[in-house]
Design a protein around this ligand. Structure first.
Ligand SMILES: *Cc1c(COP(=O)(O)O)cnc(C)c1O
Length: 402
């Protein structure tokens, strides 16, 4: 096998920001005191505990204000997976409906799919179109008198589709008005905003959501930190029992350092969202255009980067199918050049199953395995992308067809 003569990049080119992001140094700095001198348990009554509790209160207020929510509507968790489980399982456990019905989309993260299945509620999985969008009419038709929850993600992690959250909440608000008049229970709307927090608006009232999950690890904050926004009129039951922290909804000693870091990271992510969107969209468009120009067989998955569709695409997502190459092989070769990318979502790479997201948009199993996801971040440069294109072109030319 002829290996192209390009030297590996000196510094890691990290194009897997949808899997996780590095902790920002300013975030790390805010966290450090709570691992060392301010190590108290927020429930303790003496000064050290009060200090930790104050930090937690400040973090909660900061997050609430970023989402235009109230502090008591913010529940701290150990990541988006837990927030999602609490939202979905918590709503189903708390409902008074005998045979509850839950609606999700076909391209949700595994956390949503598996949590919904685990509830044993009746489940409708809404199909999506060829660019990953749900159909509002299909959602409307799927709703029954027993529907208790609709969970549709804000932005997809594999193909970067942004779902029409405002339209969904508008529909649900209208239906809920009619239901209230008929004394039927309200349908709650949950969204998994894990991929959205660095780019899109998170005002929960403008979005019209009742529940929203997000995490620190995708916004230059710490891993295993997350929040669930829960509108105060919603009844939830916990999934973790114990000392009664987080208003009885998430027991266990709080990750004070983690939540202080998460609050700082979320505030920064939301403050910079417009400038990052602008910058990364330009870089993404350059990258996609160059790949498609130099590798004519390559195909972009998800919404197009031009025209009407482009408003439904995340600024940082580039999911590409290379018909003649296996994604995993390409990822390993890219690594030898010091370029980090992934096949599908990081969470499913351990299984051999083709991606359920690509399947849902009509990509065949074979082509699904020939897909690589590049996800840009705030540190990505044009030089890094130019180099990556050069490597890709060479690999496509030199690796045997699969
Ligand atoms: C990363 C991710 C999750 C899981 O988040 P964790 O914090 O790792 O539990 C859920 N949903 C989406 C869309 C994600 O990108």
């Amino acid at each position: 096998m002829k290996i192209p003569k390009i030297l590996p990049a000196k510094k890691l080119i990290y194009l897997d920001n949808a899997a996780t992001t590095p902790i920002d140094p300013s975030v790390l700095k805010t966290m450090q005191p709570f691992w060392s001198k301010s190590f108290g348990n927020p429930s303790s009554l003496y000064k050290l505990g009060v200090e930790a509790n104050n930090a937690l209160t400040t973090a909660r207020k900061k997050i609430a204000s970023t989402l235009s929510a109230r502090p008591e509507e913010i529940i701290f968790t150990a990541g988006a997976t837990e927030s999602i489980n609490l939202a979905i399982q918590g709503v189903v456990k708390a409902t008074t409906i005998k045979n509850p019905h839950v609606i999700i989309s076909a391209i949700e993260h595994e956390a949503v799919i598996e949590a919904a299945k685990a509830t044993e509620a009746k489940l409708t999985i809404l199909p999506v179109n060829s660019i990953g969008l749900i159909d509002i009419d299909k959602l409307k038709k799927a709703i029954t008198k027993d529907t208790v929850l609709v969970s549709i993600m804000y932005a997809n992690n594999e193909i970067g589709t942004i779902e029409p959250i405002h339209e969904i909440s508008k529909l649900l608000r209208k239906i809920n008005l009619e239901r209230t008049a008929k004394k039927l229970t309200k349908i709650y709307f949950h969204t998994d905003a894990s991929q959205a927090a660095g780019f899109l608006d998170l005002n929960v009232h403008k979005l019209g959501v009742d529940l929203l999950s997000l995490n620190g690890s995708k916004i230059y904050g710490p891993k295993q930190t997350g929040i669930l926004y829960k509108s105060s009129d919603i009844k939830l039951k916990p999934i973790i029992y114990g000392g009664g922290q987080e208003n009885n909804l998430r027991s266990g000693t709080e990750n004070v350092a983690g939540f202080v870091g998460l609050a700082h990271a979320l505030e920064a992510a939301q403050k910079n969202k417009e400038s990052e969107t602008k910058k990364q969209t330009t870089l993404r468009n350059f990258f996609v255009t160059q790949i498609l120009k130099n590798i004519p067989a390559a195909k972009l998955n998800g919404p197009s980067i031009v025209g009407e569709e482009s408003k439904y695409r995340m600024p940082n997502n580039v999911s590409v199918t290379f018909p003649t190459l296996e994604g995993e092989v390409l990822v390993i070769y890219l690594d030898s050049y010091n370029i980090a990318a992934s096949t599908g979502s990081a969470c499913t790479t351990s299984s051999d199953e083709p991606s359920h997201v690509l399947k849902a948009i009509g990509v065949t199993n074979k082509l699904s395995r020939n897909t690589v996801r590049f996800s840009l971040g705030k540190h990505t440069t044009k030089e890094e992308l130019s180099y990556t294109i050069k490597v890709l072109v060479n690999l496509v030319k030199s690796l045997p067809s699969k």
